[in-house]
Ligand binder design. Structure first.
Ligand code: 5RP
Length: 232
């Protein structure tokens, strides 16, 4: 058996939902092409009778969830989320992450912070030895003075490119811009995060450090591994 990219996403998403989502839970819904399959599977559970209350990390995921018959509420309507299932752009061996190529990093981080178990789903192409080697680091910034924010980002050792869509700057659900920051590998993510987060104009960065409770990885041979088990 050799699975293509889409089949690997579906496999890992369904495995995560089947493993971690239980009847009665408050569930965070991720964003992206892998999280898409998790939302579809959660919709099936709701159709089977599961009583789930869900919070979406993007307008796009909220729309999909509603189409699937899932009850979606605002984050402030729940005390906490039991589990959130979301994708990632890079995963290092310690389950540190880069997220945000899908443009939803701000809400994703707020939702993750309100979640007891943040479950990350990805195929093996997302695994890296060091963060920042394959994917750029997305940084969400205020529109006001964004060029100055960019200069400050580049002083951290990256090339920062304003994300565009259809010939205009991409605007996030929060009304902000994103700079995709290309590093030649990030040696110390915690230090870099502390430098980026104090730049005026930065709203949020795409490093999700010590956030994942578990990372499920699918492979073309149809296997799914749980990184948390390997780290124990
Ligand atoms: C969106 C994200 C996504 O989870 C990330 O980009 C992975 O997406 P995909 O599953 O489509 O590869 O962080 O902001």
């Amino acid at each position: 058996m050799t699975l293509d990219a889409s089949a690997m996403k579906k496999l890992v998403a369904e495995k995560a939902v089947n493993t971690y989502v239980k009847d009665g839970m408050n569930v965070g819904l991720g964003t992206g092409s892998t999280a898409y399959f998790a939302i579809k599977r959660i919709g099936e559970l709701v159709a089977e009778g599961y009583d789930l209350t869900c919070v979406a990390t993007s307008v796009q995921s909220e729309q999909l969830a509603r189409e699937c018959g899932i009850r979606v509420v605002d984050l402030d309507e729940v005390d906490k989320l039991d589990v959130t299932i979301d994708g990632a752009d890079e995963v290092d061996p310690k389950m540190q992450l880069i997220k945000g190529l899908g443009g939803a990093l701000l809400r994703e981080k707020i939702v993750a912070a309100a979640t007891e178990r943040e479950i990350i789903i990805a195929d093996e192409s997302k695994i890296v030895e060091k963060l920042g080697t394959k994917a750029p680091l997305p940084v969400e910034v205020l529109v006001f003075g964004h060029q100055h924010t960019r200069y400050a980002l580049e002083r951290q050792g990256c090339k920062a490119e304003l994300r565009m869509r259809d010939g205009a700057p991409f605007v996030t659900d929060g009304g902000n811009y994103i700079y995709d920051c290309r590093f030649d590998g990030i040696d110390n993510p915690f230090f870099l995060e502390s430098r980026i987060d104090v730049i005026p104009g930065v709203v949020e960065n795409g490093m999700f450090l010590n956030t994942a409770f578990d990372v499920l990885i699918s492979r073309p041979d149809g296997s799914v591994t749980r990184m948390a088990e390997q780290l124990r």
